[in-house]
Design a protein around this ligand. Structure first.
Ligand SMILES: Nc1ncnc2c1ncn2[C@@H]1O[C@H](COP(=O)(O)OP(=O)(O)OP(=O)(O)O)[C@@H](O)[C@H]1O
Ligand SMILES: [Mg+2]
Length: 312
């Protein structure tokens, strides 16, 4: 089974209000309120399910918001094995004003996780290893957890021969790399933050990816938005261009990309096929309004069009 880890899930709530102004009172129709279960790991779980795999979603959930998130996952037939925490999961509220093209955001900082809750999660993680072949850990980390959290998970997974894919940034990514996960997927910005300088050419990107790969990571996949991706393995460097499309919403493309890659590896496809699945699924997300959603028909169509070019 594929398992996704979401340590900091959220409810995303968007109100669509034309000509929004402070100090006013708005009465909103149900169809103008969009509520979704968010968080990168959950997006990966949703897309991998659409691609046809049974997925288990784990991580930390709390309060009434956590209850809502679990119910949403149940509706999609995603298994859940979240650890309950005391403080409620985050809620993001966006007021979208199509007329003035503005977006006003209220973002909760989210829960503070206690030591006991962290211990309970580690116990759950050890259990999950027994029935997972691939684990994807993605997204931000709530307060109270150490910066080594993803790295610690990678170490335990490796000891049990379970492949881990990490989609994180900053310190969490840096620490995860030290533990040598199967794959990391920073976008260009996240890679630049990691190496500490601007990567304005493929040459520089590849130079840095080779360096990371040599530290013992099997696949370094750098997603480049509409330009597709560059994958580096110990055997070579591969460039995969994204199909040309009219983008609708690019949020969650990286999560769809990771889901495509994870599903392909889970099906024991070779790496070049997995690269194509990743880019095809990422691009299928950009033509949808919904975040972390793809139409399988488009994924399959893009997959047939995509070519892998070996660079090195
Ligand atoms: N405008 C676009 N046109 C075609 N494909 C796109 C476009 N934007 C994204 N993609 C596809 O999605 C993949 C991942 O995109 P991107 O590099 O933007 O991820 P990301 O920045 O990690 O996204 P997020 O973190 O919001 O999920 C790309 O490799 C590509 O296949
Ligand atoms: Mg991303």
């Amino acid at each position: 089974m594929i398992t996704t880890v979401t340590l900091n899930p959220a409810i995303d709530r968007a109100y669509v209000i034309n000509d929004f102004k402070p100090n006013n009172k708005y009465h909103i129709h149900v169809e103008d309120v969009k509520i979704t279960a968010g968080g990168k790991g959950l997006n990966v779980a949703r897309v991998a399910t659409i691609l046809g795999e049974k997925v288990n979603a784990t991580g930390l959930l709390g309060g009434y918001s956590g209850k809502f998130i679990k119910e949403e996952l149940d509706k999609l037939d995603i298994y859940t094995s979240f650890v309950q925490i005391n403080e409620p999961s985050r809620i993001f509220t966006a007021i979208v004003d199509p007329l003035n093209k503005t977006e006003t955001i209220v973002a909760e900082k989210g829960p503070v996780v206690t030591k006991e809750e962290l211990n309970a999660f580690v116990m759950e993680f050890v259990k999950i290893l027994k029935y997972s072949q691939i684990i994807v850990a993605a997204g931000s980390v709530p307060q109270g957890l150490p910066k080594t959290i993803y790295g610690d998970m990678v170490k335990i997974a490796k000891d049990n021969n379970v492949k881990m894919i990490i989609d994180a940034s900053g310190n969490y990514l840096e620490e995860a790399i030290k533990a040598k996960p199967f794959m990391i997927k920073p976008n260009l910005e996240e890679l630049e933050e990691l190496v500490g300088y601007k990567l304005d050419s493929d040459y520089k990107i590849i130079f840095e990816c080779k360096h990371i790969c040599k530290q013992g990571i099997e696949v370094v996949g750098i997603s480049l938005g509409d330009k597709g991706a560059i994958f580096t393995t110990k055997d070579g460097v591969y460039k995969v261009c994204a199909p040309k499309v009219s983008p609708i919403n690019s949020v969650g493309c990286g999560d769809a990309f990771v889901a495509g890659f994870a599903v392909s590896i889970y099906r024991k496809n070779d790496l070049e096929e997995a690269f194509k699945w990743a880019v095809a699924t990422g691009t299928a997300n950009v033509i949808e309004e919904k975040i972390g959603y793809v139409d399988l028909k488009w994924v399959e169509k893009f997959y047939k069009e995509i070519k892998v070019k070996r660079l090195d």
